[in-house]
Ligand binder design. Structure first.
Ligand SMILES: C[S@@+](CC[C@H](N)C(=O)[O-])C[C@H]1O[C@@H](n2cnc3c(N)ncnc32)[C@H](O)[C@@H]1O
Length: 234
């Protein structure tokens, strides 16, 4: 009972001065089991569980792998990647991987990861820096949980994110090793098929994923593209 009263008082304190929309968001956060679990496991945000689920099922991250994490802030996917590819060298028996994270925003430092804060994934100058940070200039996998600032206009936001996802195909051409993989978030809509076709033209397999940790009411989905075939330059 004391615990209930304490948490109710905390909630009331947090709600004070908030708009109705902010109150709804706060209530949803407080009820969300993934938010609670991310605090308990020291993940920077709940999205860690989406990547953990994808990796538990498809084993896309292996010790020793080089990973490029696009849209990495605040860094939860990079935390998962660091653990799974052993880039902090935590297990001396396993090969040590590399994690490079990129974001338009600041990404707080993380042991085992190189971060390019305030960098645009779509900018060729960023691609050149990523190349320098990767061993032999090659990545085993590109991850993208990127999302533009949502305008609230569903079709417009969908198109913006698909455009961003398409830039990942250029990035793959520069850094992804043959046989490599790409995991990318998109918001479902009329251009989904176009993105899927473009991915299928350079990857041997492309599947759609909706992890349990992804909110049911969100248009968010992921493509897992595997077996990269480097296009032959003409
Ligand atoms: C949903 S958050 C990513 C959360 C992250 N996966 C994690 O687990 O901490 C989406 C991020 O994409 C970033 N982003 C959007 N457009 C970008 C771009 N063109 N280049 C780099 N980052 C971008 C945003 O700044 C934002 O931080």
């Amino acid at each position: 009972m004391r615990r209930f009263i304490h948490s109710s008082l905390c909630l009331l304190k947090k709600m004070k001065g908030k708009t109705p929309a902010e109150q709804r968001w706060l209530q949803r956060q407080l009820r969300d089991p993934y938010v609670k679990a991310s605090h308990a496991l020291n993940f920077r945000c709940r999205s860690a569980f989406k990547l953990l689920e994808i990796d538990d099922k498809f084993r896309v991250l292996q010790p020793g792998y080089s990973v490029v994490d696009c849209g990495a802030a605040p860094g939860a996917w990079s935390q998962v990647a660091v653990q799974r590819v052993n880039s902090a060298g935590t297990d001396s028996e396993l090969p040590c991987g590399t994690v490079v994270g990129i974001d338009l925003l600041h990404i707080p430092p993380l042991d085992g990861a190189h971060f390019l804060s305030n960098h645009d994934v779509a900018d060729p100058a960023t691609h050149a820096k990523v190349l320098e940070l990767l061993p032999s200039g090659q990545a085993h996998i590109i991850l993208s949980d990127m999302a533009p600032n949502a305008s609230g206009f569903r079709d417009m936001d969908h198109e913006k994110l698909i455009t961003l996802c398409l830039t990942l195909i250029d990035l793959a051409g520069k850094i992804l090793q043959p046989g490599g993989s790409l995991v990318c978030k998109y918001w479902d809509g009329i251009l989904t098929q176009k993105l899927q076709q473009k991915l299928s033209s350079v990857f041997g397999s492309v599947r759609t994923l909706k992890p349990n940790a992804s909110r049911k009411d969100s248009a968010e989905k992921y493509f897992l593209a595997r077996m990269y075939r480097k296009p032959i330059k003409s």
